[in-house]
Design a protein around this ligand. Sequence first.
Ligand SMILES: [Zn+2]
Length: 336
Amino acid sequence: MEASDGAPEPMTEPPKPTALILHGDCGLHDTGWGHPEHQGRLPAIVHAIYRETPALLDHVLQHEASPASDAQLQRVHSSEHIEVIRAAAAAAARTGEIVRLDADTVMSAASWDAATAAAGCAIDAVSLVMTGRANTALALCRPPGHHATPDRAMGFCLFNNAAVAARAAQAEHGVDRVLIIDWDVHHGNGTQDAFYNDPRVFYLSLHLDGHYPGTGGAHETGVGAGIGTTLNVPLPAGTSAATYRDAFSESVQRAVDQARPDLIIISAGYDCLTGDPLGGLLLEPQDMFEMTLEVVEHARGTAAGRVVMLLEGGYVPARAGAGAVATLRALAGLDL
Ligand SMILES: [Zn+2]
């Protein structure tokens, strides 16, 4: 805007926005419409966010990510695993058929591009926050990541977006300690594996007890130098939102006190919402809004406010959309 005499008005420093990171290729990963992690999830989430455009316009910076490089993936994943994923996408392209990696993890011709784009969304979210272009970020990663171990795809996950992002923060931005908070209804076994012996990345997971993939017992606390930097909080099916929220507040406080993180990454699965077909917990978008505010408040205390949120699960697309809107509004400092 210019003043009437043509001279520019004095600039005041605008508040830093929240970044929303996407990549068109994430939507092309074709698992088939009978698969819970189907191609309709991302458009539903994006549509729900775009419906909020009048409120979000001045607060959200939209960013198209660059795909992750092999070198960025190799900070977490074995070269053999990366080649398995690349070859499976090539096989799908040759045959025109979906390639099955295990009972529930499948790939199409577009899945290599989608998986590297999803990891790239997570890396760029870290980059935008660490370079001060945004305070907080939500990356709409698809396929999800937290079940992918360093050397194996599983549970709909090909590359571990959160783990790759944490390593990018350390390798590319000089971050020392990272806290990963995983509130997906499933235990993030892959993320736990990636950092089980690493004291510089604290992994906290709240999840449904005894649910897929069967890991995440309270006795799993790390090994070697990483003892005490994994915190698992398994909760029984039907746990009320109030009980969950108490457990969340208590465990996040404990993790923050111990980790003193420079950056907080949230593995944001929206399958912890009531009614998820793969879930069993009883949260509402309002809960996720308030949980996000809690994490942001902790981040202000230890991590200069830096919070990076990554999409994991959530299998009722409209509910995942409502959850994404709630968490994005919290990140951006807006009311629900
Ligand atoms: Zn999940």
